[in-house]
Design a protein around this ligand. Structure first.
Ligand code: ZN
Ligand code: ZN
Length: 311
């Protein structure tokens, strides 16, 4: 059989693929995409991130294919140029049991528009205030897209965030790392008969670090691991325990990790051991039952006033 238009030999009746596509080209509907400076774009009523990753889907949804064409694959290359996205679209498919490949050029018009996230930030809108009272600058730990305002205040930073859910997530993360977190909310107004609250979350560095010693009631606790619950060692009883972080805030810091000294067990008696300080080479006795210790073992100890504790 032959193509009635160009006379080329064909397997089936009708136009050959080249003549067919000339008469019924594959087209793309006109697309105008509102895009914000932050990179979000509006499509089907939603603001989304990552336009590059979505271009293929957008093209597919706007492709106009003649019914004789069955598409099997589509690849696109894109390039931003001024207020346009230039597209090079490679389509492969079938036309009457014949495979073909076709390349078409198209463009998407870009319309610059401010997304709701950005307009909230420009408008100074915020739902939550994170009050960092920490010994470091917390800004690099916060997604800048949520920061509407930042203020340096005595002892730290106040960060105004556009989302209270995000603020809660951040405070949870800091709490897990052993920071003290306190939440409160203030009534800031009434809108359409509903009370508007603003969330305030203070985030404070704990007063102590891993390795420090705290006096808590009749215990002396060494901090082993920070968290919502703090892992400690009761050095009088030589026992591990977990303590809620807020409770320990009331404890008194009595020694730092650098106050721990090294000693060697120089002799062992039933209810007493003698230690040799490895820096001063002074010896001293320590009463008590120290199971498991042997002569010449190296130990760490802490002196608090007149008392000595093995750590
Ligand atoms: Zn033809
Ligand atoms: Zn934006």
């Amino acid at each position: 059989m032959f193509c009635p238009k160009c006379g080329k030999e064909t397997k089936e009746k009708g136009l050959c693929i080249d003549c067919f596509l000339k008469r019924y080209p594959i087209e793309i509907k006109e697309i105008t995409l509102p895009i914000c400076k932050c990179g979000r774009y509006l499509y089907h009523g939603n603001w989304n991130l990552n336009i590059e990753g979505s271009l293929k889907r957008i093209v597919m949804e706007n492709l106009v294919l003649p019914s004789e064409i069955k598409m099997s694959d589509l690849e696109i290359k894109s390039k931003f140029e001024g207020n346009k996205i230039i597209l090079e679209i490679h389509i492969s498919g079938r036309y009457k049991n014949e495979r073909f490949k076709e390349e078409i050029l198209a463009e998407i018009k870009i319309q610059s528009k401010t997304c709701p996230t950005c307009s909230r930030i420009f408008g100074g809108y915020y739902e939550a205030v994170l009050q960092f009272r920490t010994d470091f600058d917390p800004r690099k730990m916060i997604d800048p897209e949520f920061i509407s305002k930042m203020e340096r205040v005595q002892g730290g930073f106040d960060l105004c965030l556009t989302s209270s859910n995000y603020a809660k997530k951040i405070s949870k993360d800091f709490n897990k790392k052993g920071f003290l977190v306190k939440e409160s909310s203030k009534l800031v107004g009434i809108k359409k008969g509903k009370a508007l609250h603003r969330l305030f979350i203070s985030i404070k560095s704990p007063k102590f670090r891993v390795g420090d010693f705290l006096e808590y009631r009749d215990k002396i606790l060494q901090i082993l691991e920070l968290g919502k619950s703090v892992r400690c060692k009761d050095i009088k009883k030589r026992k591990m325990l977990m303590m809620p972080l807020p409770k320990l805030q009331r404890a008194r810091l009595i020694a730092k990790s650098r106050d721990v000294r090294k000693a060697m067990v120089s002799s062992i008696a039933p209810n007493e051991i003698q230690l040799l300080d490895l820096k001063s080479y002074k010896t001293f006795e320590l009463g008590g039952n120290f199971e498991g210790l042997r002569q010449r073992d190296e130990v760490e100890y802490l002196r608090i006033g007149r008392d000595v504790y093995l750590v």
